[in-house]
Design a protein around this ligand. Sequence first.
Ligand SMILES: [Zn+2]
Length: 243
Amino acid sequence: MKILVIGGMHGNEPLGIQVVKKLKNKNNSIDTIVGNELAVKAKKRFIERDLNRVFPGDIRSKDYELKRAGQIVELCSNYDIVIDFHNTHCPENDCSFIGDKAKPLLRNASAFFGLNRVIVANYDCLNKYAPNCISVEVSLGSTMMNVDWWVDKITELAKAKNISVDKNQITLYEFVYRISLEDSKRLKLEAKALKAFKPISRKIADGLGVESPAYPIFIADKYTPYNFGGLLTKKSMYNKEQV
Ligand SMILES: [Zn+2]
């Protein structure tokens, strides 16, 4: 399988940057890129704009991140699968992200990595525009913060013709809402001790105008201090077959 690995889509998230470095040193057939090179050098999430919110980008743009997004989308089309790495400070938040036009292969890949929670993202991330891109999201305190393990797993995947895993272990979610700092203040969410993937109360869901049950992620993540978190709902079986 022809694989592209992206590290440093956000310049201050360490796992992908280290995985890319290690894969490069192994000099194998897996291609790697650093997503936001300037942000990695500056040890910041982004320079001007969050790269993973400006896809599909524009290769003719003078704006660094817009141009870079355009280049990355073009590059992705040359691969069977693109694996894009992210980290969060929020504990117990390990999961993957795919787009709503994702190839079925991506759900298998997520199960292969042991990431049984798959989120369909609707905002302007790479997944939305690259149907072969899976983003992996690993909590900083997780046992999955293991560079050698990821290097071995990706090397194994590169040698495989297809992935045989039980897809039924996957729970499919949909990203439905970004919780603002104002929302958090209004509903006193900081005092509620929300936990990733543990459903919020119906009262809070109503207060935020989302269906219940809703599942929070990225709660008070220090990487994105301008948001309080994100909210998911489970995707129905009918939709599940579409992804
Ligand atoms: Zn990230």
